[in-house]
Write a protein that binds this ligand. Structure first.
Ligand code: AMP
Ligand code: GLY
Length: 421
């Protein structure tokens, strides 16, 4: 079979690499990919942007691609799945309407509320004065979220009234996020531990992926600015059997059922960002309509079943006839970013990578090739990922791998996995 992976990050490198391990997979194309996908066996980069849907459609038709897997949210929110399906092409992901679960926080929060799915208390606003009045009533800390996609920068946790007012004015008056910030959600600050709960959803069944935990803050001890994610591991010990059952029975199943009842059936990866209370109760922080980055990197290290085949099963609604098998070991990935990320950072630094043995893998994100030289080409650049007998062992092996990488402009956290250990 031929597989098309859409996107260019570490998540997409991991997806393409996982599919390419299997003999049944003849070839994997990645659009547009990065230096990591460019140098893998059986994987070829295609110079088409992830949001250029017409060209992706033509390519998939011309190459007789058997299954397309979408990494990032933007093409999903633009309706890539609707357009592929219209052309009779197999693609795994939610339709444009279903992708609103991630594409609009106002849609998501109203959906959760009317379906009694646990989430933080909230109100939606388009008027700055009313929003500020609400914050004054509720007090701080409080969380302000831009309605639309804002590349991970649209959530502000305000610890003072001034910060809250600034965030509200930024979005509603000064248009900082453009259309994405023309409405916002203000919600209660939740305490607890976060986990990423990701499932595959087909028309009539749900297949949970291995559990995982991300590290969103840039610096050690979960300090510093919010980022796309600085490291992740799988499984997440915080997801006990009780938490797993709560996540499935109170969040995932009711969400899938309610989407169906409301006439916008959801298929694709569904990622619930959960806040887990010490009593095991869970609340939805957000939904993503795709896999997480960097959660996918450790998850793919552990997945022993061909992902492309699972996706084909999902598009044919035969997911219940198959199973996903997982490596029992723990996997941990540390993101190497460019110094200065997420604000301003340098690109074009040369990087030299070690030759890795099984159980270790450096996934690329913001990299490009110049001749045979790998150069940094983004904020998050690499994800050094290892399998270990337990979390501590996986952590040690991932940091050993980092030590073998030569790149002078890198920045990474040195405590990925600390919560689980
Ligand atoms: P989101 O993009 O909605 O997941 O928000 C980004 C990050 O902000 C989350 O991963 C949490 O760490 C934090 N966050 C979002 N909403 C809340 C909340 N209601 N209470 C506490 N932290 C939150
Ligand atoms: N790692 C967080 C995300 O993918 O949204």
């Amino acid at each position: 079979m031929k597989v098309l992976v859409i996107g260019s990050g570490g998540r997409e490198h991991a997806l393409a690499w996982q599919c390419a391990q299997f003999d049944e997979v003849e070839h994997v194309f990645v659009a547009p990919g990065n230096a990591g996908t460019a140098i893998e066996n059986k994987i070829t980069n295609i110079d088409i942007d992830a949001e250029n849907i017409p060209e992706l459609v033509s390519f998939a038709k011309q190459e007789l691609v058997n299954i397309s897997i979408v990494g990032p949210e933007a093409p999903l929110v633009l309706g890539i799945v609707d357009q592929f399906i219209e052309e009779g092409l197999a693609i795994f992901g939610p339709t444009k309407s279903a992708a609103q679960l991630e594409g609009s926080k106002v849609f998501c929060k109203n959906f959760l509320e009317r379906n009694n799915i646990p989430t933080a208390d909230f109100r939606a606003f388009t008027d700055a004065k009313l929003a500020i009045k609400y914050v004054e009533e509720k007090g701080i800390p409080i969380v302000i979220k831009a309605d639309g996609l804002a590349a991970g920068k649209g959530v502000i946790i305000a610890n003072s009234l001034e910060e809250a007012v600034h965030a509200i004015n930024d979005m509603l008056e000064d248009n900082r996020f453009g259309e994405a910030g023309s409405s916002l959600v203000i919600e209660e600050f939740l305490e607890g531990e976060e986990a990423s709960f990701i499932v595959m959803v087909s028309e009539s069944s749900i297949l949970p992926m291995a559990t995982s935990q991300d590290h969103k803050a840039r610096d050690n001890g979960d300090k510093g600015p919010n980022t796309g994610g600085m490291g992740a591991y799988s499984p997440a010990p915080v997801v006990s059997d009780l938490v797993f059952d709560n996540a499935m029975e109170r969040v995932i199943r009711p969400t899938v059922a309610a989407m169906q009842n409301e006439g916008i059936p959801y298929t694709g990866f569904l990622y619930a960002g959960l806040m887990i209370h010490s009593n095991g109760n869970v609340k939805v922080l957000e939904f993503n309509c795709r896999l997480g980055d960097p959660e996918t990197q450790p998850i793919m290290m552990r997945l022993q079943t061909n992902l492309a085949e699972l996706c084909i099963h999902a598009t044919q609604d035969t997911l219940d006839k198959t199973e996903a098998s997982w490596d029992d070991r723990t996997s941990l990935g540390v993101v190497m970013a460019a110094k200065g990320y997420p604000e301003s950072y340098q690109m074009g630094d040369p990087i030299t990578l070690p030759i890795t043995s099984s159980g270790k893998k450096v996934f690329h994100a913001g990299t490009r090739l110049e001749g045979s030289q790998i150069l940094s080409n983004g904020g998050r650049v690499l994800c050094a990922t290892s399998l270990g007998m337990d979390l501590k062992d996986a952590q040690k092996k991932a940091y050993d791998l980092i030590n073998e990488i030569e790149w002078s402009g890198s920045y990474f956290r040195t405590d990925i996995g600390f919560k689980g250990i």
